[in-house]
Design a protein around this ligand. Structure first.
Ligand SMILES: Nc1ncnc2c1ncn2[C@@H]1O[C@H](COP(=O)(O)OP(=O)(O)OP(=O)(O)O)[C@@H](O)[C@H]1O
Length: 297
């Protein structure tokens, strides 16, 4: 199937300390209002510091959890409104999920053909669509001719590509991949990224990758930085941008923010497509005289 669009609107996710306890005490706000749009067939990396909310966001996209507030749309589906069984069907068909750690996605003693067949079996029963030949899927991830190889015989990079093969076995329109390169050397990482690019180009699959590796983000072309449970910034084709959130807020880059204590006042000038923030007002003495964040209008 062709790529699915993704739209997150003001998405909030709270891990409750206790279902029965008073709301607020010990609760963790993992996502605090995420706005994010991904076009069909786009490849995108979610980057950001540990604990910023990347895994929580990808779990919501996978339907493994429901948002506490806000909307998550995958294609025409509103993930918050689907039943558990509908979500479970989607995850086996239109949404492919590759969990962190290749081994968690694979049966270690089975060969690659059987691993792929098991991933296709449910889709074949429920969707009735024509599924790809397992050898064709292995070709896509650079494992052509390895169908009879057991998972345990594969090198780490090949094992990760086998996990990708299982993730795309049912022909999903959205592929979600958690940290696919974290345990790999440069060569293994390049092979995995090459496999993702091939899947994206040949199938048109929308691909979202969670990664700590800034180079992975750069190579995928679009890297969205999650900071403190919100979209903090975005890199596109080597250029960094601040992002206006749905509630009108904009995060300054941490290195800029560090120069200004909370409460610093700025004036906002905008002219000829250029927006400038100029530190001034009551706290001007604490801050450098000119802060200029120039973004396209
Ligand atoms: N099951 C959970 N129960 C309670 N709090 C959680 C749970 N999972 C994550 N958190 C908290 O939610 C916040 C976001 O965590 P999340 O795992 O989404 O971040 P992350 O960016 O994926 O981090 P990492 O890169 O380390 O995996 C953190 O404060 C984390 O401690």
């Amino acid at each position: 199937m062709s790529g699915l669009a993704v739209a997150c609107r003001r998405v909030v996710h709270i891990y409750r300390a206790s279902e029965a306890g008073a709301a607020g005490a010990g609760d963790i706000v993992a996502l605090a209002g995420v706005d994010l749009s991904i076009s069909p067939g786009e490849m995108l990396a979610l980057v950001g510091p540990s604990g910023s909310g990347k895994s929580t966001l990808i779990s919501l996209l996978a339907g493994l959890m429901r948002p506490s507030a806000g909307r998550v749309n995958i294609g025409t589906y509103d993930m918050g409104k689907l039943s558990d069984s509908e979500i479970s069907r989607l995850r086996g068909t239109e949404i492919g999920v590759v969990l962190q750690g290749a081994a968690r996605n694979l049966l270690p003693y089975a060969d690659l053909h059987r691993n792929i067949w098991l991933a296709q079996r449910r889709a074949a029963r429920t969707s009735g669509i024509q599924l790809d030949d397992p050898d064709r899927i292995l070709d896509l991830v650079g494992l052509g001719g390895r169908g009879r190889a057991k998972v345990g015989e594969l090198a780490p990079g090949a094992r990760q590509r086998a996990a990708l093969a299982v993730g795309i076995a049912a022909g999903p329109g959205l592929l979600l991949v958690d940290e696919p390169t974290s345990q790999l050397d440069t060569h293994g990482r390049d092979e995995v990224l090459g496999a993702l690019e091939t899947v994206n180009t040949e199938r048109g699959t929308t691909i979202v990758v969670v990664t700590h590796d800034a180079e992975v983000g750069a190579r995928l072309g679009r890297a969205v930085t999650i900071r403190d449970g919100r979209v903090g910034a975005e890199g596109r084709d080597g250029q960094d941008f601040a992002v206006v959130a749905g509630d009108g807020t904009v995060q300054l880059p941490p290195e800029v923010l560090g120069m200004y204590p909370p409460g610093t006042l700025f004036t906002v000038d905008h002219e000829d497509g250029t927006v400038s923030l100029v530190a001034g007002g009551a706290h001007a003495a604490l801050a450098p005289p000119h802060a200029s964040g120039v973004v396209p209008d």
